[in-house]
Design a protein around this ligand. Structure first.
Ligand SMILES: [Zn+2]
Length: 155
């Protein structure tokens, strides 16, 4: 863990998340995104302070695929989106930072408000800097935790 890393600060509990963590293993954390993305956007990040995907170890990599798919399942189930975007930029001020996958719901209906999908949509969302209501994030996180509990019971 690094002192001045937002991802590590969240993991240490120095910064709070609306609703808290959705799911954690020893190696990975699933959390709500607090950036200017729609409610339902989630973060998958390694617990370890890792700055490049190529630096993940074998254990982290072996859990990664299943957890990334789990994140997309949560989002699809709870937000009824048409697509889930998966991005890992982790390049703040041209400095590599703690890697985190942003998994974002996208709806075909967004064409009413945005000209083009994909990175164009993301660019516009960032330009607008509209942050979701923390209460809405909290409610999504609560539903996501319930979804995981119910899925665990079905196994
Ligand atoms: Zn970190």
């Amino acid at each position: 863990m690094k002192e001045k890393c937002i991802a590590c600060e969240i993991l240490r509990g120095d910064r709070s998340l609306p609703g808290g963590f959705i799911h954690q293993t020893e190696l990975w954390s699933i959390e709500p995104c607090i950036g200017p993305f729609p409610v339902g956007t989630l973060i998958l990040k390694p617990i370890r302070h890792v700055l490049n995907f190529s630096a993940l170890n074998d254990n982290e990599i072996s859990e990664f695929g299943e957890l990334l798919q789990l994140v997309t399942k949560i989002i699809r189930e709870l937000s009824d989106c048409d697509q889930t975007y998966i991005c890992q930029w982790s390049h703040a001020g041209w400095e590599p930072v703690h890697i985190h996958f942003v998994v974002q719901p996208a709806w075909n209906d967004q064409k009413r408000e945005f000209e083009r999908p994909g990175p164009y949509l993301q660019h516009q969302l960032f330009e607008k800097q509209i942050f979701p209501d923390p209460e809405d994030i909290y409610n999504f996180v609560t539903k996501a935790k319930r979804y995981l509990r119910e899925n665990e019971e079905k196994k």
